[in-house]
Write a protein that binds this ligand. Sequence first.
Ligand SMILES: NC(=O)C1=CN([C@@H]2O[C@H](COP(=O)(O)OP(=O)(O)OC[C@H]3O[C@@H](n4cnc5c(N)ncnc54)[C@H](OP(=O)(O)O)[C@@H]3O)[C@@H](O)[C@H]2O)[C@@H](O)CC1
Ligand SMILES: [K+]
Length: 512
Amino acid sequence: MKYILDGKAMKDADRYTIEETGMPSLVLMERAALKTLEVMEQEELDLSNVLIVCGSGNNGGDGFAVARLLLQRGKTVTVVLAGNPDHCTEETKTQRKIFENCGGITMREIPKGDYTAIVDALFGIGLSREVSGHYAQILKKLNSMSGKKVAVDIPSGVSAASGEILGTAFRADMTVTFAYQKAGMVLYPGASFAGKVFVADIGIYLNEQVCGQRYVTYEKEDIERFRPKRKPDSNKGTYGKILMITGSSGMSGASYLSAKAAYRTGAGLVQIFTSEANRIILQSTLPEAIVSVYTDETDAALLLKEKLEWADIICLGCGIGTSETARKITDTVFGYLSEQPKNCVVDADGLNLIASMEEEKKERYLRGAGKCLIFTPHVKELSRLLSKTVEETKKNRISLAQQYSENYNIVLAAKDARTVVTGKGLFPYLNMSGNAAMAKAGSGDVLAGIITGLLALGMDRYEAASLGVCIHGFAGDAARETYGEHGVMAEDIIEMAASLSGEVNWKGTKQR
Ligand SMILES: NC(=O)C1=CN([C@@H]2O[C@H](COP(=O)(O)OP(=O)(O)OC[C@H]3O[C@@H](n4cnc5c(N)ncnc54)[C@H](OP(=O)(O)O)[C@@H]3O)[C@@H](O)[C@H]2O)[C@@H](O)CC1
Ligand SMILES: [K+]
């Protein structure tokens, strides 16, 4: 498990280390420079003719320190101070002086030349506004030059909080960031400007009282660490009775994928409640599942009540469509959960249907059932839940998801290239695994099934959603390795997820 910080939280951590523990700022800067150089050497960059562009803040100070270390190693280094010399921080002035005392020359304009490596030390986490004018010209020029590009701490122009490009940004091949990853180099578009990211420990540690945004993320080894173990004396009932209210006529795949994902994640018993049209196909493709059905003539809502009583955990929505029957089903489920809270994952049209309910009823259902719900919306579904435009939702996805969780106590897995999981009073989980090969039909059904399966293993909602998103992403990464960028199908993710979690000793040999 790791933390990811925004610029404000990182500044807090810096301040705490310097002011409260008494660690001199220049010591941290020296370590930052040493680590930057270490990574550049490790990555076997050609350091024979390096250009370093420094700003007047402490990011620039790092740049001067790297320049001096290169000089001391006998390399040719050109340093340009792009910021106003009078506005330099004390640390940056000191570093400039040391660099010049060692024979270095500080230029004010970028001299023409072919540089083997270009180091961006213009702005770090202190970037506070759009980059324009002179600075924007410099970044554009650097981007157009050949030579490996290295960003110190964060590419200049990328917002450390949101990953937004503030005007113009440095396009790095690699970024050496200090102490913690910054959210801006994980979230897009910033992530694609950072290149390969190296996190360097320079002796700055988080104090618990940081006031900026702090995210949690899981790494691959956390899957085994956090996933509950199977008990030796267990039976199928130990792992929860799952009711999956999924599929509709012509949409048996959503039922199949979500139920299979729940089973492969560890669920003991899964019952699918779906349209009669899906009975035969589901019984033949997934005989392990109980299949109960409604027909056009039967009252689905009435049948459902008995199933809801039976279930310990519910998953609603994958492939149910927005028919009148689906509407009645959703109404029945939310009505039931408002009275009888049972953990429930709501996905796809389950979300669209709750979003489209009349306000008074929706509010009553969300307030009543919120504490047992996990919603898994992609951006468009989230925008419907929030009654906002897709653009507005995309731009403020994380803060809007946080507000929604705070308001209703719903755990939200707000899906996107970097899915975020929010819960009331909790640090958001920011997911780093996964890739574009997973952008395929059925991938969301698989995620809903994995999260439901983790609930069945006894995880709480926030943990199940976070670990579920993490497993789903790593499984997608493994599937891409086997089937390639375009070849991954949703079912591959299920199989890979099972092998990732150590449940099945299997990798890459699946027959379709
Ligand atoms: N001891 C420490 O704390 C350590 C810090 N470390 C390093 O320091 C970095 C943080 O340093 P920092 O806080 O000095 O901010 P930094 O990113 O250099 O820039 C601030 C300057 O830029 C200016 N400016 C901002 N936006 C602008 C814009 N759009 N266009 C033009 N100007 C703009 C801003 O001007 P102002 O807003 O004040 O007018 C100010 O002058 C951090 O990322 C890490 O690399 C490490 O060495 C470890 C120890
Ligand atoms: K930088």
